[in-house]
Each structure stands twice: as structure tokens, then as C-alpha cells.
Design a protein around this ligand. Structure first.
Ligand SMILES: CC(C)(COP(=O)(O)OP(=O)(O)OC[C@H]1O[C@@H](n2cnc3c(N)ncnc32)[C@H](O)[C@@H]1OP(=O)(O)O)[C@@H](O)C(=O)NCCC(=O)NCCS
Length: 151
């Protein structure tokens, strides 16, 4: 796991290119992915955190906890695993890592939003103890919460 920094922006750009080619941008679009936007996120300096999962120099996962910069107590979690390495436990591992980072920063809960048709992600989240409710703002989304410190 490495904290996203300017030197990793090429890897993140490629990661999004591969994700988009496999059609996953429908489920995962945490921020714009043009070169300038990636540059800005990679240079981010604040309370929110962005991590890359790197294997042999290649970006195979991307996870984030956001909301602290805006003053929220409960961070919002987001993640994606590269299509070439799915189903091997890396998503679960990255979730565990992000939960730990949130807990170490004093969060009592984490939240996330997921498309109600994203079965893989929902199964992963429910297995980790997330409890879901409908998003009052968007009908196709569910909002999940997890209490930390219970893993
Ligand atoms: C969702 C995602 C992160 C899972 O990553 P992954 O590395 O494949 O997941 P893991 O191998 O750690 O699997 C963890 C759990 O996810 C679920 N899961 C993973 N692949 C699955 C599949 N093909 N079908 C059903 N459930 C699946 C299972 O519950 C699995 O637990 P199990 O192995 O005990 O059954 C990955 O599919 C992804 O990046 N998807 C596109 C982006 C996305 O949807 N992000 C979430 C936005 S809210």
C-alpha cells in the first residue's frame, strides 16, 4: 500500500483507463479522471486519504477515505480493484486497511454509497458488517454504514 503522491499519477491514470475499458466506471467514478484532475488528486494535501495498492510497480487497487476535509466526522470509503486481479481477496484486504486507517484517525464509523445492482461490492460490504439503507437523494444507490472497532 502506498499513499497516493505525484509520482504515482501515471499508474493511477492507467488504472482508470483499464477500469473504464472493462466498463467499471459505471460503478466507480470517485472523481474526474482526466490528466489535470488526476494531477490535482495526486497532489492533494489534506485530511482525506488516498491509497494505491501496488504490485510489481503496477497499480492494482485504489482506495480512499474522504469527507474529513469538508468537516464530516464519518468518512466515506471508496475502492476499486484492477479487473486482472479480482476474486483473490485484495478487495477485502483493501477494505480492512481502510477501516484501520479510519479507526486510527478516530472515526467511529465509515460510510459508503453503492449502486444497488453492484452485487459483487454489496456482497463484499455485507460480509464485512455494513448495514444499508436507501439513499434518499438517488433511487439507484444504497448508503452503507459500518461501526469500527468491531473487527
Ligand atoms: C467490488 C470489488 C472491489 C471487489 O474486489 P475483489 O478483490 O474482487 O474482492 P475480493 O476478492 O476481496 O472478494 C471479497 C468478497 O467480495 C465478494 N465478491 C468478489 N467477487 C465476487 C463475484 N465475482 N461475485 C460475487 N461476489 C464477489 C464476495 O463476497 C467476496 O468474499 P468471498 O471471497 O468470501 O466470497 C471489485 O469487484 C471492483 O473493483 N469492482 C469495480 C469497482 C467497484 O464496484 N467498486 C465499488 C464501488 S461502491
Amino acid at each position: 500500500m502506498v499513499r497516493l503522491a505525484p509520482e504515482w499519477r501515471g499508474g493511477l491514470q492507467q488504472f482508470f483507463k483499464d477500469l473504464n475499458e472493462s466498463g467499471d466506471d459505471v460503478f466507480f467514478s470517485p472523481h474526474p479522471t482526466d490528466v489535470e484532475s488526476i494531477r490535482r488528486v495526486a497532489a492533494h494535501d489534506g485530511k482525506d486519504i488516498y491509497y494505491l495498492l501496488i504490485e510489481q510497480g503496477k497499480t492494482v487497487g485504489y482506495g480512499m477515505l474522504r469527507g474529513w476535509d469538508e468537516g464530516y466526522q464519518i468518512p466515506s470509503l471508496g475502492l476499486a480493484i484492477h479487473p486482472s486481479v479480482r476474486g483473490q481477496g485484495l478487495g477485502k484486504m483493501l477494505m480492512g486497511f481502510l477501516h484501520l486507517q479510519a479507526f486510527r484517525r478516530g472515526a467511529e464509523k465509515v460510510r459508503l454509497r453503492v449502486n444497488s445492482t453492484n452485487d459483487k461490492a454489496l456482497k463484499l460490504y455485507k460480509g464485512l458488517g455494513y448495514v444499508f439503507e436507501e439513499d434518499p437523494h438517488q433511487v439507484d444507490l444504497l448508503v452503507g454504514f459500518k461501526d469500527l472497532g468491531t473487527e
